[in-house]
Design a protein around this ligand. Structure first.
Ligand code: FMN
Length: 245
């Protein structure tokens, strides 16, 4: 496998959940911001924003509703990444025209926000910060929207903790690349099941190496998707002006 500094930074990723005290200088946030914005965006519509939460009370409120996950309060910088259709809505409002979208606008918002977010995250990691995405903010989006005074069109997706790492966790193994990269056609279910079995073994060994109870990735998936969680997201996003059909 070819190695270069960019690929090395990408391969060095692991989520960091313990941070040293101290905030991230604004100059580094600006650098990561501009690098994040350099990501591709559908027809340059740029339907996203990122909210840097600097207020300690707000941080604690978000930490609490996210789990609680205290790292949201304690990390060097915390951000909320949103699909943001607000600018588009205002253009239509100024033109006196009806803003008439479909699920496509919502998808473009979530896709482009995530392309931005991963570039932003990678830039922070290239600057030697640790990061951890926080899906926990979706536990209570109505409350989060109140805390942040979010207008219609601003749709929070996930948070991001960043800061100087105060831990050095091992790398979490992924599927073998050939169980994810297919040529010309999707594999048979037998081949897919073989890939799952192979990964279950790797996953089990990873847990054992961390001193955790041996279990499989299949068991983790059963646990995560065996019942519906965070119901009401569609209703929330629609209440904020997203069209989901
Ligand atoms: C969108 C998203 C949301 C996540 N939410 C959380 C979270 O709320 N809390 C947390 O501790 N980790 C969270 N994670 C981190 C994942 O658990 C982590 O990326 C995954 O286990 C793989 O481990 P690694 O990042 O160390 O390679 C999230 C990751 C993503 C991509």
């Amino acid at each position: 496998m070819t190695s270069n500094p960019t690929i090395d930074t990408m391969l060095a990723h692991r989520s960091i959940r313990k941070f040293k005290p101290g905030s991230i200088p604004d100059t580094d946030i600006q650098t990561a911001m501009i690098a994040g914005q350099a990501a591709a965006t559908s027809s340059a519509v740029q339907p996203y924003c990122i909210i840097h939460i600097t207020d300690s009370t707000k941080r604690q409120q978000i930490a609490d509703l996210s789990g609680p996950q205290q790292k949201v309060h304690d990390c060097g910088a915390f951000f909320v990444i949103c699909a943001d259709l607000r600018k588009h809505m205002l253009i239509f409002e100024s033109a006196g025209k009806e803003y008439n979208t479909s699920l496509e606008a919502f998808l473009i918002g979530t896709i482009d926000a995530s392309l931005f977010a991963q570039n932003f995250t990678l830039a922070l990691e290239a600057l030697n910060y640790g990061t951890c995405y926080i899906g926990g903010i979706r536990n209570d989006l109505p409350q989060l929207s109140k805390i942040l005074n979010l207008p219609d069109g601003v749709l929070p997706l996930y948070g991001l903790c960043a800061g100087v790492p105060d831990e050095s966790p091992s790398h979490r193994p992924r599927f073998a690349a050939d169980a994810m990269l297919f040529k010309d056609t999707y594999p048979t279910d037998e081949e897919t099941n073989a890939g799952i079995e192979q990964y279950n073994e790797v996953y089990k060994q990873y847990l054992v190496s961390r001193g955790a109870k041996p279990s499989t990735w299949s068991a983790a998936i059963e646990k995560k998707f065996g019942y519906a969680t965070r119901q009401g997201l569609a209703a929330f996003y629609e209440s904020k002006g997203a069209k989901l059909d």
